[in-house]
Design a protein around this ligand. Structure first.
Ligand SMILES: *Cc1c(COP(=O)(O)O)cnc(C)c1O
Length: 408
């Protein structure tokens, strides 16, 4: 038997069925008329944002990294909860605009921005986090052509990365950002050009559960920001401190300690050097805001045995939940939190593997897990499905198409 990841807090059973935001899963599935289905709980997202606000310094603004989950109704909800959106493509920019977000609250990072994406951002007054000197040159030329004053920030490739991070985005040679040593020269050029200088974006990694490491990285980020501002010869208007707040996906993972991180940052904010006195700080979080608020529901289509092992074959799979299958950024496959949603809370009674409907051995949502006995027609829940699920999985693979999504 292999352990399952921890089910996030906030999910209860009603009459033996999993309830999300107080509604039973069978009712939710009946409302959309189909499985597989992603359900996102608005209450859980609101609670998460409130917890963060309470733990972090009041001076720290909170941005949502749209790539974690760009579902329209969720973006519209987020727009009222956070201080800004960070997008990573022209497509995400269009989605953020469609959700009604003020372009002045949007910043756009990401390597390989095409000219038409730069143009859309500059024309609408979105802040560009420039990833290279070459991108800066193209942004200047496009702004000239449009007769617009662009809002420009520089994304820094710091000389450190976030320890314990699932995906390293800084330290050494990287396609992201401008090497720290070259940032002051670029910042001076931007300021001299008359553009709206928006400061620095320093993102050192993602998905860390090590609160000490997150606090240390934030401290190192503030030191680096101060040093770069000094070297650029002007106080820093804004600084995006990155994110990296992880969520527990796997057995033995534990949640981060928000109050530790908040207190450390508060102490650093109380002792800022002159170049950072007036700086507006933010963090940008994706999965921490929405990951645990989402559940993927899929129905058991077949129950079969092979060489003494039981398989539940479901109508979903890695084409919607690539990460749960272990094929998105993990080295060793471990089980996500998974439950029989239509028998939620029933005691485990057998060892089963939950496999998806794709014709590949990679398509496994739970491996040799202890679960209550399930039959054809039962619903399986995969938790922690609110981030990097629907939008980060190969929905076209094998022709099953995308899953339904709903916000409750
Ligand atoms: C992916 C990404 C994020 C969000 O990461 P999470 O782990 O979802 O919080 C934030 N900022 C940048 C620059 C990113 O690339």
């Amino acid at each position: 038997m292999k352990p399952l990841g921890p089910i996030p807090p906030g999910f209860a059973a009603i009459d033996g069925e999993l309830a999300i935001a107080g509604r039973r899963v069978n009712e939710l599935v009946a409302q959309t008329g189909n499985t597989p289905l992603f359900v996102y709980s608005g209450d859980q997202v609101r609670n998460r944002v409130a917890e963060l606000r309470a733990a972090m310094p009041a001076r720290l603004a909170l941005h949502y990294a749209v790539k974690a989950n760009p579902y329209g109704p969720l973006l519209a909800l987020m727009d009222g909860l956070v201080d800004g959106f960070d997008v990573a493509s022209g497509g995400e920019l269009a989605l953020a605009r469609a959700a009604g977000t003020d372009p002045a609250r949007i910043s756009f990072a990401g390597p390989g921005k095409r000219d038409d994406e730069l143009e859309a951002a500059i024309a609408s007054g979105v802040t560009l986090n420039l990833e290279s000197e070459g991108e800066a040159d193209r942004a200047f030329a496009i702004a000239d052509h449009l007769g617009a004053v662009p809002r420009l920030a520089v994304r820094v490739n710091p000389d450190f990365d976030l320890k314990g991070s699932g995906m390293k985005m800084g330290g050494g040679a990287k396609p992201f950002g401008v090497d720290a040593a070259r940032v002051p020269a670029l910042a001076r050029r931007i300021i001299a050009s008359g553009a709206h200088w928006q400061g620095l974006h320093i993102f050192a990694g993602s998905q860390s559960l090590d609160s000490e490491a997150i606090a240390e990285t934030q401290a190192a980020t503030l030191d680096l920001a101060a040093q770069l501002a000094e070297a650029s010869g002007s106080p820093l208007p804004r600084c995006n401190l990155g994110g990296g707040f992880g969520i527990p996906y796997f057995p033995a993972d534990t949640p981060i300690d928000l109050s530790l991180i908040g207190q450390r940052l508060e102490a650093r904010f109380a002792a800022l050097p002159a170049v950072l006195q007036e700086t507006r700080f933010c963090i940008e979080l994706g999965r921490y805001l929405v990951g645990e608020a989402g559940v993927y529901l899929t129905r058991v289509i077949d129950r079969k045995e092979s060489h003494g092992e039981v398989f539940l074959v479901v109508d979903g799979g890695l084409h919607h939940q690539l990460a749960a299958s272990g094929n998105f950024g993990t080295v060793v496959r471990r089980n996500y939190p998974v439950a029989i949603a239509s028998r939620f809370g029933a005691p485990d009674s057998e060892e089963v593997s939950v496999v998806g409907c794709l014709c590949t051995p990679l398509d496994r949502l739970a491996d040799k897990a202890g679960l209550p006995r399930a039959e054809v027609g039962d619903l399986v829940a995969v938790f922690c499905a609110g981030a990097y699920g629907a939008s980060a999985s190969p929905a076209q693979f094998l022709g099953h198409g995308p899953a339904c999504e709903m916000l409750v």
